[in-house]
Design a protein around this ligand. Structure first.
Ligand code: PA5
Length: 441
């Protein structure tokens, strides 16, 4: 399913970069398989494509059907790991233009991932008087951004449909036993889905967190899981010919060799939010203890005309990972009798042929400019291939974190801003901190 091409790294890496990491990779793979490495309590994602809750999965499919019947719009409320995976998959498979398409599934809007008054107001206007449902996703239920948005949309639903009607339109994805949203959902009688205890937010796209919104977009979640399961089976075999081992070793060797940034590049604009998901996955997993590659992304060809200059000739701090998908259809470049643009030498050629040559040309140029390139080749974008890719990146991330010597499954740094925000907002219990921070403003 996935072809990893590391041939453009040879000039940048020692020959033994893989073999010298074999012991580390074996240890990392064993820790993931046995859940006994740092953060092992959060490695439930490793066997999730096989061990997922089948009864809940059927309820997710049923809820998606119900939402489709009862609503023209679904508002998905969540932030970070409770948001990015669903949006990534919906945009990549169903298109960033999904809401503009003619379809028999609801428009999907994502809310609660910021505190912008303008954005919230605009969304309320866009929904207008259409029927809508809400999927609120929060493990804790106390994350400020989604909690504020949920207050607002819950109020709107209750005003529009009454308390009973609202109950039929609110779907809560949260902890199975604890937390503010769990208590509220139990009390109000909302249909509930579970964020498993052993799966952290950034690894949760293949749980109800991602699957319910993804199913609502009409995407085949069975095929998504099947793709992930194939990756789980293949990558779990280990060995030096395993692409996950090879990629993790290469990333680690490039980092140790002085590259401080990984640039994820794709020629599909629909990939944009997948890259956002990937950035959280790698940024939160590796960026700690003063270490870690900085994950960044570019959208080609557009960014070749904006970021291209820096990538080619700026500070030599990055390597590039290019994800390439086979095209789904075919376009042929037309002949133009006037040939004003001089492009008739391409007439009759498929657009995909031009795109392929562009990609190959960019890779060679960037390698010549001192930017090592990794190429990941995938079949056409679809539920199965995307499921495979999700698991591939998750698995490589786990291996990479352990090779780097960090706990890839915690995120202590995310708390700092939250504490400051609560203190400045006057949350009870933060009084001393509030005074100290205000003195610094
Ligand atoms: O990866 C993570 O753990 C975070 O991004 C969380 O998912 C995010 O902070 C949202 O938390 P919660 O689901 O508790 O609202």
């Amino acid at each position: 399913m996935l072809k990893l091409d590391l041939s453009k790294l040879s000039a940048f890496l020692p020959e033994d970069y893989l073999t010298s990491r074999q012991a580390g990779l074996e240890k990392a793979a064993a820790m993931l398989a046995n859940h006994d490495g740092p953060g092992g309590d959060f490695t439930g994602w490793v066997y999730l494509p096989r061990d997922y809750d089948k009864a809940e999965f059927a309820r997710i499919q049923a809820a998606a059907e119900k939402i489709k019947k009862q609503s023209q719009v679904l508002v998905v409320i969540g932030i970070g790991g409770s948001y990015l995976g669903a949006r990534a998959v919906v945009e990549l498979i169903a298109s960033p233009n999904y809401n503009l398409k003619k379809k028999d599934t609801p428009d999907i809007y994502f809310a609660g991932n910021g505190l912008s008054t303008d954005t919230l107001q605009e969304l309320i206007e866009i929904i207008g008087d259409r029927d809508f449902s809400v999927n609120v996703i929060s493990k804790s239920g106390t994350t400020t951004e989604p909690a504020v948005a949920f207050r607002i949309f819950k109020g709107m639903l209750e005003q529009k449909y009454g308390k009973e009607g609202a109950r039929e339109r609110i779907y809560a994805t949260t902890d199975k036993a604890r937390g503010a949203l769990k208590g509220l959902a139990d009390g109000e009688g909302y249909e509930e889905f579970v964020v498993p205890d052993d799966v952290g937010g950034r690894y949760s796209v293949l749980t109800a967190v991602g699957l319910l919104p993804i199913a609502c977009a009409g995407i085949d979640i069975q095929a998504l899981m099947a793709g992930a399961a194939q990756a789980m089976d293949e990558l779990g075999q280990g060995g030096l010919d395993n692409p996950a081992w090879q990629y993790a070793a290469a990333r680690n060797a490039l980092y140790e060799g002085g590259k401080k940034m990984e640039l994820l590049a794709c020629y599909e604009p629909a990939f944009r939010f997948f890259a956002e998901w990937w950035k959280q996955l790698y940024g939160e997993s590796e960026g700690k203890d003063g270490k870690g590659l900085f994950p960044a992304s570019v959208e080609y060809n557009a960014d070749l005309h904006s970021m291209g200059q820096y990538i080619q000739e700026g500070e030599r701090l990055m390597f590039e990972t290019v994800v390439s998908f086979a095209p789904k259809g075919e376009f042929t470049i037309p002949h133009d009798p006037a040939n004003v643009d001089g492009l008739n030498f391409l007439a009759g050629k498929p657009l995909a042929y031009v795109a392929e040559k562009a990609m190959r040309g960019v890779i060679l140029a960037h390698v010549d400019g001192g930017v090592p390139n990794v190429l990941i080749q995938m079949p056409a974008i679809g539920a199965k291939s995307v499921g495979y890719l999700i698991y591939f990146f998750e698995y490589v991330c786990g291996l990479s974190g352990y090779l780097l010597g960090v706990n890839p499954f915690n995120q202590p740094g995310v708390e700092a801003y939250k504490k400051n925000m609560f203190a400045l907002l006057g949350k009870p219990g933060y009084e001393d901190m509030k005074a100290a921070l205000e003195a610094r403003l």
